[in-house]
Design a protein around this ligand. Sequence first.
Ligand SMILES: *Cc1c(COP(=O)(O)O)cnc(C)c1O
Length: 355
Amino acid sequence: MTVRTRADLVALPSYVPGRTVPGAIKLASNEVSAGPLPSVVRAIADAATAVNRYPDNGVTDLVARLGDKLDVPVDQLAVGCGSVTLCQQLVQATCTDADEVVFAWRSFEAYPIVTAVVGAAQHRVPLTAGHGLDVDAMADAITDRTRLVFLCNPNNPTGTALKADEVRRFVDRVPSDVLVVVDEAYREFVDDPEVPDGVEFAKAQWAAGRDNVAVLRTFSKAYGLAGLRVGYAAASPQVAETLRKVSVPFSVNALAQVAALASLDAEDELLERCRGVVAERARVRSELLAAGFEVPESQANFVWLPLAGRTGAFNEHCLAHKVVVRAFDGDGARVTIGEPAENDAFLAAARSFTG
Ligand SMILES: *Cc1c(COP(=O)(O)O)cnc(C)c1O
């Protein structure tokens, strides 16, 4: 007899990571191209001598530090093995198989997976013609079964960002027992002052007695620690506590904890690096527009080319030019902003695309 695994998981697609091709420039996973800072590498190396011990399951030092930085009480924070794990924990914390999660589509590829792993239903709401989240349609999609809504801001993979009035208009329409998760994996790359800081927005909501807003951030993108897996959530005390309860014990490893602290020590330097990425984003976008591509304005560390049926050909063309982008077949290509020379190599490939 065959072991009975859950039948509903058979159809579940696996997460498709950005490809790594030897000798090619990788602009497929929204990583920071520059390596970790020497001070961070030193902190990791020092901590490596103690890895015979379990990590601090409460992530005490990092939580205290984040509490100070964000001005959020420590009981309203939860740290996870990357914010993608926190996405899954949030669905576990709110949903059973009788419930439903609402998110935009296309958005972060992990949302459908984490929702299906929990066994909850999903409702995908199409993006606007401008490739942004359609907050009115998302609010309309909420039913009695809805327990959680993912609001990816800026949105991966389109880079578009909601402004403060749109976020407020949306949250005002969400029933108070439905959790809104503002996923801010790319917050540090936002330079439009009209795009709200989700943590500040959430704090104002909590202060007004509305506990149904949570915010996700990560050390993977702006802080350059994608390989170590550490992200965090700021939420109401009740949601944060439930998040901690459903976490796999010791899932935030010891090296990740010290590296995150060392990165906060070096925050000014890391954020300066983000400013460089933002400047390159503007240059890449304007050169792509000049070359005749449609490129929505991005607030993240990548740009989106809605190439529809030409996406596969564009992907192959870039690969032939030794540049790896992230293609979503039939939809578009997401291209991470790298170092200037990497971006130049991509732009040269894009300009010679005739498909
Ligand atoms: C990259 C990304 C994350 C996850 O990052 P972790 O590495 O798991 O912290 C979460 N949300 C979005 C939208 C992302 O693009």
